[in-house]
Design a protein around this ligand. Structure first.
Ligand code: ZN
Length: 435
């Protein structure tokens, strides 16, 4: 338990996390994204030192990741895929309390870009595997481990590349364990650990309005900017219908009961969203936010075209309905072009894998409650779903009730409590042995 002195495994997880944060793997989505190669070298060396045979793979110049396979003791069992990304989103040091790539320890927490997304989990995996090598542990299931580049830019040079180019690595894998799940939220003196079982789909769209170009002083009833602005306002102001999938139905039902909210479904949803925050609120509807506008080049010239970018996210099973709704909102005169898309996914919560997660959590936190939730954004699990692999987010952390954990992801002053990390390492060790 946490009162005891930390084990070698726990101490190593903290030092590996700090090493990984100091390797700047900022993913700009441009050729300047270069740090992943150094991180891959570090990961391969950390595991290679313990006798693991790792393969570094390169998807583009300086875009690297690491693959390895750990043979399980049960030859009948399906392979489990365990994955973590090595890249991080940019951090502007001017906004931060500490330098974002120095991994300082302040107030019992490791601070830095990647502290929760997701170098903490990468470090956890490495520390557990190093411990297994020291003590001769073999897991029940064969575990295929992938450390990927490019998750933060959609995985075209990471997870999607692996699925397209190295499908044999995933042979026999039916389930994957990755990020954005397994962290605790405090509800009425109880700790609920949210296991990620679903992700909304991605539809990044470009709206294009065409009109009649002309002098800004003359009457013009076919102004592309006016037409585009109407469409952008309609989409931006639209509230998509509240729709629960199996994941969010279960979450709402059980959390509403814990909160003593027995009113209408709408009342329950409001209570649950208020208690659990914006991450959960956004998982119960599709959404479309205008994010970029482009039009015009001179104050007295009406341009021939105007464009807007829309960040669209849709619920599992709702892609066609969502696309139709956007087309209706855009109107007949505005074209909608899909620039980038990725699937929505949803996995079953009532499976032995989740039971193993719950058991592992309860060895460290006996009152732990687990519930499924849907992440409103996406992870590499989308790419692996193309191979029929069901994705789960489980990166266990027991968090203090007052930490705004959702704000840590891509946020300023990203940080992870060391106690939470040590807890996570112990749970992950127990879970992976029996998974
Ligand atoms: Zn992430």
């Amino acid at each position: 338990m946490s009162e005891l002195a930390p084990s070698v495994m726990e101490t190593e997880a903290v030092s590996i996390l700090r090493d990984l944060i100091r390797i700047d793997t900022t993913n700009n989505g441009t050729p300047e994204t270069v740090g992943e190669a150094e991180a891959a070298e570090y990961v391969a060396a950390s595991l290679g030192d313990m006798g693991y045979s790792c393969e570094r793979f390169e998807t583009a110049p300086r875009r690297e990741g690491v693959l390895l396979t750990i043979e399980g003791t049960d030859p009948e069992a399906d392979v489990l895929l365990l994955h973590g990304h090595l890249d991080v989103v940019p951090a502007d040091p001017a906004d931060w309390t500490v330098a974002p790539f120095e991994a300082e320890v302040v107030d019992g927490m490791v601070w830095g870009r990647g502290a929760v997304d997701m170098k903490d989990t990468d470090a956890t995996i490495i520390a557990v595997l190093r411990e297994w090598a020291r003590s001769g542990v073999k897991p029940r299931r064969t575990i295929a481990v992938a450390f990927t580049p490019d998750e933060e830019a959609g995985g075209r040079l990471g997870a999607h590349w692996l699925v397209d180019n190295r499908p044999e690595f995933f042979r026999g894998a039916t389930q994957a364990v990755g990020e954005v799940g397994g962290f605790s939220v405090s509800l009425n003196d109880k700790r609920v650990y949210l296991i990620q079982t679903a992700e909304r789909g991605i539809a990044w769209m470009r709206l294009l309005a065409r009109g009649r170009a002309g002098h800004g002083s003359l009457t013009n009833d076919d102004n592309a900017i006016t037409e585009l602005a109407r469409a952008v306002a309609r989409i931006g102001e639209h509230t998509f219908e509240l729709e629960l999938t199996p994941t969010t139905q279960r979450l709402v039902r059980e959390v509403a009961a814990m909160l003593g909210e027995s009113g209408s479904l709408e009342d329950q949803v409001v209570a649950v969203s208020t208690a659990l925050g914006p991450l959960i609120e956004a998982s119960m509807r599709s959404s479309a936010n205008p994010t970029v506008l482009r039009a015009g080049y001179k104050h007295n010239v009406i341009p021939e075209r105007a464009e807007a970018l829309i960040d669209g996210r849709y619920l599992p099973g709702h892609e066609a309905k969502f696309i139709a709704e956007i087309a209706r909102l855009a109107g007949e005169k505005v074209e909608v072009h899909l620039e980038h898309g990725d699937v929505a996914i949803e996995a079953d919560f009532d499976v032995p894998l989740v039971a193993r997660m719950t058991e592992a959590l309860r060895t460290e936190d006996p009152g732990a409650i687990t519930l499924p939730y849907m992440v409103p954004a996406g992870t590499d699990a989308k790419a692996f779903s193309r191979l029929g692999i069901a994705g789960y987010g489980f990166a266990p952390l027991r968090l203090p009730a007052d930490l705004n954990f959702a704000a840590m992801f891509h946020g300023v002053d990203e940080r992870v409590p060391i106690d939470a990390l040590r807890f996570g390492v112990r749970v992950m060790d127990t879970f992976l042995r029996s998974a």
